[in-house]
Design a binder for this molecule. Structure first.
Ligand SMILES: O[C@H]1[C@H](O)[C@@H](O)[C@H](O)[C@@H](O)[C@@H]1O
Ligand code: NA
Length: 692
């Protein structure tokens, strides 16, 4: 039995290569479908298991599951949310096109995820925030920085995460099965929707762990097959430089592998990834990704204790060694095996081969899957790709709708009911999806040869100003609201100008003259990242110094130096109450004895001071109790509610995971993670040094 949904035009233009591969399969067999079905059942099972599991424990809010997370689900979830289909397609494609250079992004991430655990997270925990825009609100006061950041984040998600992963996933399906790309997108979206509904958001972290296992199992299998096919490690090293396609543009270097293919640090002036840019220019956007973005930080905040969060960081860092072996090297092998197609260097030929005149290197991974793997394993790889895609999309959807409802909607509609927030959160995901699908043609047209480079250059234009704001906010007490806001605004204007220019003047192909404006021609995007960071930093520092000092409550427990400060009494406006006692809110507020939220129920932090939690949606707890049974069942299914009979759990995510304010760590465990930090850092520097 064969499942064939080929697009007519595609199918006819398909056998383009001079030597049409005879054994090339373009559809899945029954066995593959069976494997896929088993995969879905497994994920559903894990989803339900974790829903039931978290339901039995005490109910303290939607993300409660989070508050009990140990290091391994946290680490796996960090990894799974990070590595998406964009990485599978993009990293392999960049490997095929330009060698190992782009792996610097992954290995740089290893350092940044550690930075999160050891430097940034303690501050976020101490501050008791749940979302990153909320941190800015507390740290700087006012609303405009918070709102600005939220909107910006949502744009970044659309441009660099959602649309890219959907495009890559669909591209994979299209290449593997010759389905129409839009059929593929719709299919992927419905699967993700199904999964989100059935698995529930509460289950995201545990299913992420399962997705990680599948991604690694499938990826490692393909790796073994590709190394076997090419003839092992030495064969890869010796054959890659000779993987030159037979048809090339005459008198050009097009199609010839780079000399520095096996080096990360490349010429500072004439290369595709200049080394000073790799060291500094890459670290700043990467710091946004790992240390100040909701998608990642939310996972770490979900850990039981600071030590577990650090353990999660360590695990994610170790896992991030793997994409090099599992994705990038196989991509390079694909170029060796299918040189004429994957490394095509003639625009017309490329157009025929993969519908893209600029190049076909992004087909590298899919090509391996379809040519090397036996029936059954192709189904597994299909599952891998879907796992990569869904584990990233669900995390992004979750975080995006969290910040949209909490940091935007609630700011403008302070009296919004649970119902409203719930509907808004859901609808918003829909909007995100639609906008992202609309963006796909732009990616298709503008990615040039390498999808991975598209992701990273867009990131470079939008992320550095945010990193700088967080960096200065966390580590320089003198930073104030005006400095931060204007730094962000001016930095973004500059970044957006460059981004627009990039879209207007696409990079020339290898045989074309570079007649772009000088800012594009001479300022590599990694150098631009350095420039942009510097401009932002300059604005933040100058304006902060020129204006008034931040107030004490904007510093206490909100910077590195003040993270151990005693908890300040809350401003009277804010409702303060203990976690266990959400129904007592009104009394708590009116009673002078515990109006500070200092009651017996509270946790002790490392200073022995009480740590209190804010629950934004406490006011509507009672209305929730009236919700009908059918609706509760519906909510439960949608992952909107985790409710135990007799419990007064709020029906809606917004209560969020309670802030874990305690920075306390057990000395022994602390020593263990610290020793591990040293080991992990050594490993990171060793591999980077080895491939330098
Ligand atoms: O996986 C990488 C990550 O390691 C980098 O730190 C980040 O900057 C990139 O955008 C992402 O694709
Ligand atoms: Na993923």
């Amino acid at each position: 039995m064969h499942f064939d949904l080929r697009e007519g035009r595609q199918a006819t233009s398909m056998p383009p290569s001079p030597s049409p591969a005879p054994g090339r399969r373009t559809s899945l067999d029954t066995v593959d479908i069976v494997v896929l079905v088993i995969y879905f059942l497994l994920i559903l099972a894990v989803g339900f298991w974790s829903m039931l599991r978290t339901k039995r424990s005490t109910v303290k809010g939607y993300f409660l599951a989070g508050k009990n997370m140990t290091w391994w689900p946290v680490g796996a979830s960090l990894f799974a949310s990070n590595i998406g289909s964009g990485h599978f397609i993009g990293l392999a494609g960049s490997g095929a096109a330009a060698g190992i250079g782009a792996i610097a992004y992954e290995w740089n991430g290893m350092l940044m995820v550690l930075l999160l655990g050891w430097l940034f997270l303690p501050i976020y925990i101490a501050s008791g925030v749940v979302t990153m825009p909320e941190y800015l609100q507390k740290r700087f006061g006012g609303r405009r920085t918070q709102i600005f950041l939220t909107v910006l984040c949502l744009f970044i998600y659309i441009f660099t995460k959602i649309s890219v992963d959907m495009y890559a996933g669909a591209l994979f399906i299209q290449l593997a099965l010759q389905w129409n790309i839009y059929i593929a997108v719709v299919l992927l979206l419905s699967i993700t929707a199904l999964y989100t509904v059935a698995g529930g958001l509460a289950a995201v972290i545990y299913t992420d762990a399962a997705q990680t296992v599948i991604m690694l199992a499938g990826g490692l299998t393909l790796m073994v097959f590709s190394f076997a096919e090419v003839g092992g490690w030495d064969a890869l090293m010796s054959k890659y430089p000779n993987a030159i396609p037979s048809v090339r543009v005459p008198n050009s270097t097009c199609g010839i592998p780079r000399d520095d293919a096996f080096h990360i640090f490349r010429d500072p002036v004439n290369s595709d990834l200049p080394w000073p840019g790799i060291i500094i220019g890459m670290s700043i956007p990467s710091m946004w990704y790992w240390c100040s973005d909701q998608v990642i930080v939310q996972r770490s905040l979900a850990a039981k204790t600071l030590t577990h969060a650090k353990g999660g960081s360590l695990m994610a860092a170790y896992l991030k060694i793997l994409p090099f072996f599992v994705i990038m090297l196989p991509g390079m092998i694909s170029r060796i095996l299918y040189t004429d197609d994957v490394a095509c260097a003639d625009p017309e030929l490329c157009q025929e081969i993969c519908d893209n005149p600029v190049g076909c290197s992004d087909t590298a991974y899919a090509r391996l899957v379809m040519e090397l793997l036996p029936t059954g394993l192709r189904g597994l790889m299909m599952a891998v790709m879907i796992a990569a895609l869904m584990s990233s999309l669900t995390s992004v959807f979750n975080s995006a709708s969290t910040i949209f409802t909490m940091d935007l909607w609630k700011t403008f509609r302070t009296r919004a009911s649970e119902w409203e927030l719930m509907i808004v959160g859901r609808l918003f995901v829909l909007v995100l999806v639609v906008v992202s699908v609309l963006w796909i043609p732009v990616i298709q047209a503008s990615q040039g040869g390498q999808l991975f480079i598209y992701i990273q250059s867009i990131s470079t234009y939008l992320q550095p100003p945010v990193s700088i704001i967080f960096l200065t906010g966390c580590f320089w007490k003198r930073t104030n609201e005006k400095g931060a806001f204007w730094g962000l605004v001016i930095g973004l204007v500059v970044g957006c100008i460059r981004m627009l220019l990039d879209f207007i003047y696409p990079a020339p192909q290898c045989f074309e003259e570079d007649d772009r404006p000088a800012v594009l021609k001479y300022v590599h995007y990694l150098y631009f990242s350095m420039l942009l960071s510097f401009i932002t930093l300059f604005v933040v520092v100058v304006i902060s110094l020129a204006t008034e000092e931040p107030k004490p409550e904007q510093i206490t427990r909100l910077t590195w130096f003040t993270r151990f400060d005693p908890v300040e009494p809350k401003e009277p406006k804010e409702q303060v109450f203990t976690v266990e006692d959400s129904t007592m809110t009104s009394e708590v507020n009116s009673s002078p004895t515990n109006g500070m939220g200092v009651t017996g129920n509270e946790e002790e932090n490392s200073n022995g001071k009480a740590c209190h939690h804010r629950n934004d949606s406490s006011s509507s707890v009672s209305s929730v109790q009236r919700t009908s049974k059918i609706m509760s069942a519906f909510f439960w299914l949608c992952g909107l509610e985790r409710r135990k009979r007799g419990d007064d759990a709020p029906a809606m995510p917004p209560p969020l995971e309670e802030a874990i304010c305690s920075l306390e760590e057990k000395p022994l465990l602390r020593r263990i993670v610290n020793v591990n930090l040293l080991i992990c850092l050594s490993v990171t520097f060793f591999i980077i040094g080895y491939w330098a």
